[in-house]
Design a protein around this ligand. Structure first.
Ligand SMILES: C[S@@+](CC[C@H](N)C(=O)[O-])C[C@H]1O[C@@H](n2cnc3c(N)ncnc32)[C@H](O)[C@@H]1O
Length: 295
Protein backbone atom coordinates (compact mmCIF):
# COMPACT_ATOMS: atom_id res chain seq x y z
CA UNK A 1 0.00 0.00 0.00
CA UNK A 2 1.25 3.48 -0.86
CA UNK A 3 2.09 5.22 2.47
CA UNK A 4 0.40 8.39 1.13
CA UNK A 5 -2.89 6.55 1.00
CA UNK A 6 -2.54 5.94 4.75
CA UNK A 7 -2.39 9.64 5.59
CA UNK A 8 -5.44 9.42 7.85
CA UNK A 9 -3.50 6.85 9.90
CA UNK A 10 -1.11 8.93 11.94
CA UNK A 11 -0.79 7.78 15.50
CA UNK A 12 0.08 4.51 17.17
CA UNK A 13 -3.55 4.33 18.28
CA UNK A 14 -4.62 4.63 14.60
CA UNK A 15 -2.32 1.79 13.58
CA UNK A 16 -3.40 -0.48 16.43
CA UNK A 17 -7.01 0.12 15.39
CA UNK A 18 -6.16 -0.55 11.74
CA UNK A 19 -4.21 -3.73 12.56
CA UNK A 20 -7.13 -4.92 14.68
CA UNK A 21 -9.60 -4.47 11.82
CA UNK A 22 -7.23 -6.15 9.34
CA UNK A 23 -6.78 -9.09 11.71
CA UNK A 24 -10.55 -9.45 12.23
CA UNK A 25 -11.06 -9.43 8.45
CA UNK A 26 -8.23 -11.87 7.73
CA UNK A 27 -7.92 -15.64 7.91
CA UNK A 28 -5.43 -15.34 10.75
CA UNK A 29 -5.75 -17.85 13.59
CA UNK A 30 -4.87 -17.02 17.19
CA UNK A 31 -3.07 -20.01 18.60
CA UNK A 32 0.53 -18.84 18.93
CA UNK A 33 0.15 -16.72 22.04
CA UNK A 34 -2.61 -14.14 21.85
CA UNK A 35 -6.14 -15.49 21.56
CA UNK A 36 -7.71 -12.33 20.10
CA UNK A 37 -6.97 -9.71 17.40
CA UNK A 38 -7.04 -6.70 19.75
CA UNK A 39 -4.16 -7.81 21.98
CA UNK A 40 -2.20 -9.15 19.05
CA UNK A 41 -2.60 -5.89 17.10
CA UNK A 42 -1.23 -3.93 20.09
CA UNK A 43 1.72 -6.29 20.38
CA UNK A 44 2.48 -6.23 16.67
CA UNK A 45 2.41 -2.45 16.37
CA UNK A 46 4.21 -1.62 19.64
CA UNK A 47 6.93 -4.24 19.32
CA UNK A 48 7.49 -3.42 15.63
CA UNK A 49 8.41 0.03 16.97
CA UNK A 50 10.45 -1.42 19.86
CA UNK A 51 8.13 0.13 22.42
CA UNK A 52 7.73 -1.93 25.62
CA UNK A 53 4.11 -3.00 26.06
CA UNK A 54 3.86 -1.39 29.49
CA UNK A 55 4.38 2.06 27.89
CA UNK A 56 1.44 1.69 25.49
CA UNK A 57 -0.61 4.45 27.17
CA UNK A 58 2.31 6.90 27.07
CA UNK A 59 2.75 6.61 23.30
CA UNK A 60 -0.75 6.03 21.93
CA UNK A 61 -1.00 9.53 20.46
CA UNK A 62 2.58 9.58 19.12
CA UNK A 63 2.77 10.09 15.35
CA UNK A 64 4.83 7.80 13.12
CA UNK A 65 7.39 8.76 10.50
CA UNK A 66 6.81 7.74 6.88
CA UNK A 67 9.40 4.96 7.21
CA UNK A 68 7.74 3.64 10.34
CA UNK A 69 4.33 3.69 8.71
CA UNK A 70 5.62 1.74 5.73
CA UNK A 71 7.32 -0.79 8.01
CA UNK A 72 4.18 -1.30 10.13
CA UNK A 73 1.94 -1.64 7.08
CA UNK A 74 4.33 -4.24 5.70
CA UNK A 75 4.25 -6.11 9.02
CA UNK A 76 0.45 -6.00 9.11
CA UNK A 77 0.38 -7.42 5.59
CA UNK A 78 2.83 -10.20 6.51
CA UNK A 79 0.58 -11.12 9.44
CA UNK A 80 -2.82 -10.81 7.75
CA UNK A 81 -2.11 -11.75 4.12
CA UNK A 82 0.76 -14.20 4.48
CA UNK A 83 -0.41 -15.50 7.89
CA UNK A 84 3.12 -15.19 9.27
CA UNK A 85 3.07 -15.54 13.07
CA UNK A 86 3.63 -12.26 14.89
CA UNK A 87 6.56 -13.79 16.79
CA UNK A 88 8.49 -14.30 13.55
CA UNK A 89 7.76 -10.73 12.46
CA UNK A 90 8.90 -9.12 15.72
CA UNK A 91 11.60 -11.81 16.24
CA UNK A 92 10.69 -12.35 19.89
CA UNK A 93 8.27 -14.28 22.03
CA UNK A 94 7.60 -14.54 25.73
CA UNK A 95 7.37 -17.67 27.84
CA UNK A 96 6.54 -17.55 31.57
CA UNK A 97 7.64 -13.92 31.67
CA UNK A 98 10.94 -14.38 29.82
CA UNK A 99 11.66 -13.04 26.35
CA UNK A 100 13.34 -15.23 23.71
CA UNK A 101 14.71 -14.38 20.29
CA UNK A 102 12.96 -16.45 17.62
CA UNK A 103 12.87 -16.74 13.85
CA UNK A 104 11.52 -19.33 11.45
CA UNK A 105 14.44 -21.72 12.07
CA UNK A 106 12.86 -22.65 15.43
CA UNK A 107 9.42 -23.35 16.87
CA UNK A 108 7.78 -20.37 18.57
CA UNK A 109 8.17 -20.96 22.34
CA UNK A 110 4.88 -22.15 23.91
CA UNK A 111 5.71 -25.40 25.69
CA UNK A 112 3.60 -26.30 28.72
CA UNK A 113 6.73 -27.72 30.33
CA UNK A 114 7.81 -24.13 31.04
CA UNK A 115 5.03 -23.58 33.56
CA UNK A 116 5.90 -26.80 35.41
CA UNK A 117 9.51 -25.83 36.11
CA UNK A 118 8.77 -23.51 39.04
CA UNK A 119 7.26 -26.23 41.23
CA UNK A 120 9.89 -28.72 40.07
CA UNK A 121 7.42 -30.80 38.07
CA UNK A 122 4.79 -31.25 40.74
CA UNK A 123 7.55 -31.77 43.33
CA UNK A 124 8.56 -35.02 41.63
CA UNK A 125 12.18 -33.85 41.61
CA UNK A 126 13.42 -35.06 44.96
CA UNK A 127 16.87 -33.48 44.72
CA UNK A 128 18.27 -30.50 42.83
CA UNK A 129 19.44 -31.74 39.41
CA UNK A 130 23.13 -31.15 38.61
CA UNK A 131 22.94 -32.33 35.01
CA UNK A 132 20.00 -31.66 32.72
CA UNK A 133 19.21 -32.58 29.13
CA UNK A 134 16.74 -30.55 27.09
CA UNK A 135 16.09 -32.94 24.22
CA UNK A 136 14.61 -31.24 21.11
CA UNK A 137 15.61 -27.80 22.37
CA UNK A 138 14.47 -25.63 19.42
CA UNK A 139 15.01 -22.00 20.47
CA UNK A 140 16.62 -23.23 23.71
CA UNK A 141 13.83 -21.64 25.76
CA UNK A 142 13.29 -24.60 28.11
CA UNK A 143 17.03 -25.22 28.57
CA UNK A 144 17.46 -21.58 29.57
CA UNK A 145 14.50 -21.57 31.97
CA UNK A 146 15.87 -24.74 33.59
CA UNK A 147 19.33 -23.24 33.87
CA UNK A 148 17.92 -20.20 35.64
CA UNK A 149 15.86 -22.38 38.00
CA UNK A 150 18.81 -24.69 38.77
CA UNK A 151 21.86 -22.39 38.57
CA UNK A 152 24.34 -25.08 39.65
CA UNK A 153 23.40 -27.45 36.84
CA UNK A 154 24.91 -27.86 33.39
CA UNK A 155 22.29 -28.13 30.67
CA UNK A 156 22.81 -29.90 27.35
CA UNK A 157 20.47 -28.50 24.69
CA UNK A 158 20.09 -31.05 21.88
CA UNK A 159 18.48 -30.63 18.48
CA UNK A 160 18.81 -32.29 15.11
CA UNK A 161 18.44 -28.95 13.31
CA UNK A 162 21.50 -26.68 13.01
CA UNK A 163 19.18 -23.76 12.28
CA UNK A 164 17.34 -24.30 15.57
CA UNK A 165 20.64 -24.60 17.42
CA UNK A 166 21.80 -21.29 15.92
CA UNK A 167 18.67 -19.67 17.33
CA UNK A 168 19.28 -21.40 20.68
CA UNK A 169 22.85 -20.04 20.70
CA UNK A 170 21.53 -16.47 20.31
CA UNK A 171 19.28 -16.97 23.34
CA UNK A 172 22.02 -18.67 25.37
CA UNK A 173 24.32 -15.69 24.78
CA UNK A 174 21.53 -13.17 25.43
CA UNK A 175 21.00 -14.75 28.85
CA UNK A 176 24.75 -14.94 29.59
CA UNK A 177 24.68 -18.73 29.76
CA UNK A 178 27.54 -19.62 27.40
CA UNK A 179 29.42 -22.61 28.77
CA UNK A 180 26.49 -23.51 31.04
CA UNK A 181 23.82 -24.30 28.47
CA UNK A 182 25.56 -26.27 25.73
CA UNK A 183 23.97 -26.62 22.28
CA UNK A 184 24.61 -30.07 20.78
CA UNK A 185 23.60 -31.26 17.34
CA UNK A 186 22.32 -34.81 17.55
CA UNK A 187 19.58 -37.06 16.26
CA UNK A 188 18.06 -37.77 19.68
CA UNK A 189 20.76 -39.49 21.79
CA UNK A 190 22.98 -40.47 18.87
CA UNK A 191 25.89 -38.06 19.57
CA UNK A 192 25.60 -38.12 23.37
CA UNK A 193 27.75 -41.21 23.93
CA UNK A 194 27.18 -42.55 27.43
CA UNK A 195 26.13 -39.19 28.93
CA UNK A 196 23.71 -39.49 31.86
CA UNK A 197 21.51 -36.83 33.41
CA UNK A 198 19.52 -36.22 36.59
CA UNK A 199 16.70 -34.69 34.55
CA UNK A 200 15.69 -35.09 30.92
CA UNK A 201 12.91 -32.94 29.54
CA UNK A 202 11.56 -33.12 26.01
CA UNK A 203 8.99 -31.25 23.99
CA UNK A 204 9.29 -33.34 20.83
CA UNK A 205 7.45 -33.07 17.53
CA UNK A 206 4.10 -34.79 18.13
CA UNK A 207 1.66 -33.71 15.40
CA UNK A 208 0.01 -36.55 13.49
CA UNK A 209 0.08 -36.71 9.67
CA UNK A 210 -3.65 -36.00 9.57
CA UNK A 211 -3.39 -32.98 11.87
CA UNK A 212 -0.46 -31.64 9.83
CA UNK A 213 -2.81 -31.45 6.83
CA UNK A 214 -5.30 -29.34 8.74
CA UNK A 215 -3.05 -26.94 10.64
CA UNK A 216 -3.82 -23.21 10.28
CA UNK A 217 -1.58 -21.29 7.87
CA UNK A 218 0.56 -19.86 10.69
CA UNK A 219 2.01 -23.31 11.44
CA UNK A 220 3.27 -23.64 7.87
CA UNK A 221 5.81 -20.92 8.69
CA UNK A 222 7.25 -23.10 11.49
CA UNK A 223 9.79 -25.85 10.66
CA UNK A 224 7.85 -29.03 9.88
CA UNK A 225 10.69 -30.92 11.59
CA UNK A 226 9.50 -29.32 14.83
CA UNK A 227 5.91 -30.50 14.40
CA UNK A 228 5.48 -33.63 12.26
CA UNK A 229 5.84 -37.01 13.96
CA UNK A 230 4.29 -39.66 11.73
CA UNK A 231 0.89 -41.28 11.45
CA UNK A 232 0.12 -41.32 15.18
CA UNK A 233 2.41 -38.47 16.26
CA UNK A 234 4.57 -40.90 18.24
CA UNK A 235 7.63 -41.29 15.95
CA UNK A 236 10.05 -39.33 18.14
CA UNK A 237 8.43 -40.24 21.46
CA UNK A 238 8.79 -43.98 20.76
CA UNK A 239 12.56 -43.60 20.26
CA UNK A 240 12.83 -41.34 23.28
CA UNK A 241 11.10 -43.87 25.53
CA UNK A 242 13.34 -46.63 24.18
CA UNK A 243 16.61 -44.89 25.03
CA UNK A 244 15.88 -42.49 27.91
CA UNK A 245 16.66 -44.97 30.68
CA UNK A 246 20.27 -45.44 29.48
CA UNK A 247 20.80 -41.69 29.81
CA UNK A 248 19.28 -41.13 33.25
CA UNK A 249 21.18 -41.27 36.53
CA UNK A 250 19.65 -43.32 39.35
CA UNK A 251 16.67 -41.42 40.74
CA UNK A 252 16.54 -39.36 37.52
CA UNK A 253 13.32 -38.03 36.01
CA UNK A 254 12.06 -37.86 32.42
CA UNK A 255 9.45 -35.19 31.60
CA UNK A 256 7.74 -35.25 28.18
CA UNK A 257 5.12 -33.06 26.51
CA UNK A 258 2.88 -34.86 24.03
CA UNK A 259 0.03 -32.44 23.34
CA UNK A 260 -3.11 -34.28 22.32
CA UNK A 261 -1.19 -37.52 22.03
CA UNK A 262 -2.24 -39.01 25.39
CA UNK A 263 -4.48 -41.66 23.80
CA UNK A 264 -1.85 -42.72 21.26
CA UNK A 265 0.74 -42.80 24.03
CA UNK A 266 -1.42 -45.04 26.25
CA UNK A 267 -2.00 -47.37 23.30
CA UNK A 268 1.73 -47.61 22.58
CA UNK A 269 2.90 -47.80 26.20
CA UNK A 270 0.08 -49.23 28.35
CA UNK A 271 2.64 -50.65 30.79
CA UNK A 272 4.37 -47.33 31.61
CA UNK A 273 3.35 -45.94 35.03
CA UNK A 274 3.65 -42.30 34.03
CA UNK A 275 2.44 -39.46 36.23
CA UNK A 276 0.45 -36.81 34.39
CA UNK A 277 1.36 -33.24 35.29
CA UNK A 278 -1.70 -30.97 34.93
CA UNK A 279 -0.94 -27.65 33.23
CA UNK A 280 -2.87 -24.86 31.53
CA UNK A 281 -3.15 -27.07 28.42
CA UNK A 282 -5.07 -29.78 30.29
CA UNK A 283 -4.62 -32.75 32.59
CA UNK A 284 -2.72 -35.03 30.21
CA UNK A 285 -0.45 -32.94 27.99
CA UNK A 286 2.75 -33.57 29.96
CA UNK A 287 3.90 -36.64 31.86
CA UNK A 288 6.82 -37.54 34.10
CA UNK A 289 8.36 -40.93 34.76
CA UNK A 290 11.30 -41.93 36.94
CA UNK A 291 14.25 -43.90 35.64
CA UNK A 292 13.26 -46.80 37.87
CA UNK A 293 9.76 -46.95 36.32
CA UNK A 294 11.12 -47.06 32.77
CA UNK A 295 11.44 -50.60 31.46
C1 LIG B 1 8.21 -29.10 19.27
S1 LIG B 1 9.81 -28.44 18.90
C2 LIG B 1 10.29 -27.99 20.54
C3 LIG B 1 11.23 -26.85 20.63
C4 LIG B 1 11.46 -26.30 22.04
N1 LIG B 1 11.87 -27.32 22.97
C5 LIG B 1 10.21 -25.64 22.56
O1 LIG B 1 9.57 -26.16 23.47
O2 LIG B 1 9.89 -24.54 22.05
C6 LIG B 1 10.70 -29.91 18.56
C7 LIG B 1 12.17 -29.75 18.21
O3 LIG B 1 12.70 -31.08 18.04
C8 LIG B 1 13.66 -31.07 17.02
N2 LIG B 1 13.80 -32.45 16.55
C9 LIG B 1 13.01 -33.13 15.69
N3 LIG B 1 13.45 -34.38 15.53
C10 LIG B 1 14.56 -34.50 16.30
C11 LIG B 1 15.48 -35.57 16.53
N4 LIG B 1 15.34 -36.77 15.95
N5 LIG B 1 16.51 -35.36 17.38
C12 LIG B 1 16.67 -34.14 17.97
N6 LIG B 1 15.83 -33.09 17.77
C13 LIG B 1 14.78 -33.28 16.94
C14 LIG B 1 13.14 -30.07 16.00
O4 LIG B 1 14.18 -29.58 15.20
C15 LIG B 1 12.51 -29.02 16.93
O5 LIG B 1 13.43 -27.98 17.20
Amino acid sequence: MNPKSTLPLKTIRDFIRYATTRLYNSEASFSHGYDNPVDEASFLVLRSLNIPLEYEEKFLEAKLTDDEREMILNNISRRCDELEPTAYITKEWWLTGFCFYVDDRALIPRSFIAELIKDHFGHLLKTTPRSILDMCTGSGCLAILLSMEFPGATVDAVDISQGALDVAQINISNYGLDGIVIPIRSDLFENLGSMKYDLIICNPPYVTEESMENLPGEYRHEPSLALAAGSDGMDVIKLLMKHAREHLNDGGLLVVELGDGAEAFKENFPQFPVQWLPCSGGPDQVFAITKESLP
